[in-house]
Write a protein that binds this ligand. Structure first.
Ligand SMILES: Cc1cc2nc3c(=O)[nH]c(=O)nc-3n(C[C@H](O)[C@H](O)[C@H](O)COP(=O)(O)O)c2cc1C
Length: 378
């Protein structure tokens, strides 16, 4: 086994003392398994139970902290105490083989299409007529901003009560937290907008709220992660540059999170233009050992994961976790040739993928990153 392959399945101690049993994480993925009001279903349980050996750190798909931030009909919710019971069963299923269970928490902001259909409006930092939306979001009042920050705290408390080992704040992929950080999406002139420093205020207020709930209610080794997209560029319009986000990441790390998680869709070794190092390597330099760095994208084999380890401390797998539910276990047991790198008719029945996820992937207008081998299911 190569050194990196061995390292992949060695334990890692996070900043707060939590021990994860491998350097492999399962990336957050909305899998449309829950009920319409976000309650955990048997499909969710089966999906995670099947994957309890996929990684040392298993992150759920995004769970909404307030129903006015819902983007998908059947995603998880953590917006109400009624969700705790199901989430407790989910955490138990994830932890069955010793992996850490992390609940990703988020608010969709302007992208909350499901909330728009239900409520007739969505909220966002600014009321901008975006070319890619069929509606104009309403600008949040300062009272609503305070409320949503508190909702992230309530969601964290529910995750603690449900027995999760940690939460991941979803600050990536153009959702509400990123919308506040983006100069393209945030035109506010109060303390929540304007300068780079002001645009950091919402993301950092969420981190601080989560942190204070964790300090008050959780065990010392409760994990806090923060996910971000390394840059936001819409043609001529720059939401923020990589240099900008490094300043935010610095402030997030100073508030003592346990890991930061890059959200990349191209490849784990993607680089900012004009540099010779990858986003992951540069974030690792910035973190300088103060917290772990999760890297992601296009890892479909043990060899890919070993290579990706040069760009982060922990390698996250998204689609590969849909295809191969025993990814980490097979590396640990030196069965790397048995790792599936595409979905097939034969493997499909054993994958426990929620029905709606399969429908979503097989639909003509699917916008998800492609799933290798999908054609075999058509
Ligand atoms: C079906 C699906 C759902 C996703 N849902 C989420 C999500 O809930 N939260 C999130 O941060 N990223 C989400 N993503 C992005 C993944 O976490 C990951 O960053 C992306 O798939 C690239 O990694 P991969 O090449 O290993 O698949 C989703 C991706 C897929 C394929």
């Amino acid at each position: 086994m190569s050194i990196n392959l061995k390292t992949l399945v060695e334990p890692l101690i996070l900043r707060n003392g939590a021990v994860i049993q491998s350097r492999i994480a399962m990336a957050p993925m909305v899998v449309e398994g829950s009920t319409r009001d976000g309650v955990v279903s048997q499909q969710d349980i089966d999906y995670f139970q099947t994957r309890s050996n996929v990684a040392g750190l298993i992150i759920t798909g995004a769970a909404v902290v307030n129903e006015n931030g819902r983007g998908f009909n059947h995603q998880l919710s953590v917006s109400d105490d009624k969700h705790i019971k199901g989430l407790a069963n989910l955490a138990k299923a994830i932890k069955g083989n010793g992996s850490k269970a992390i609940l990703q928490i988020y608010h969709c902001g302007r992208e909350a299409a499901v909330a728009y259909a239900a409520l007739g409006e969505v909220i966002a930092p600014s009321a901008i007529d975006f070319p890619f939306l069929s509606y104009v979001p309403r600008e949040m009042t300062s009272g609503e901003i305070d409320e949503i920050i508190k909702d992230f705290g309530h969601a964290t408390k529910r995750a603690i009560m449900a027995g999760f080992d940690g939460i991941e704040i979803h600050g990536a992929n153009h959702y509400l937290i990123q919308q506040f950080f983006s100069a393209y999406s945030n035109h506010r002139i109060d303390k929540w907008g304007g300068s780079l420093k002001n645009r950091m205020n919402f993301p950092l207020a969420v981190v601080e709220e989560v942190k204070s709930v964790v300090e008050e209610f959780a065990k010392k080794d409760f994990i806090i992660g923060y996910r971000f997209s390394p840059q936001e560029i819409h043609g001529e319009n720059i939401g923020y540059s990589f240099e900008d986000v490094l300043q935010l990441v610095e402030e997030v790390i100073k508030r003592k999170v346990d890991y930061v998680h890059l959200s990349i869709f191209s490849n784990y070794d993607a680089q900012p233009s004009g540099t010779s190092e990858s986003f992951g390597q540069l974030v690792k330099k910035q973190a300088n050992g103060r917290c772990a760095v999760l890297i992601i994208s296009n890892v479909f084999s043990a060899a890919d994961a070993a290579k990706a380890l040069a760009h982060g401390d922990i390698v996250a797998i998204g689609r590969e976790a849909l295809i191969e539910p025993e990814f980490a276990l097979k590396i640990k047991e030196n069965r790397i040739n048995e790792i599936a790198c595409e979905i097939s008719k034969e493997s499909f029945p054993g994958l426990a993928l929620p029905e709606k996820l399969t429908e979503w992937y097989l639909s003509k207008n699917c916008v998800l990153p492609p799933l290798p081998g999908l054609d075999s299911l058509r």
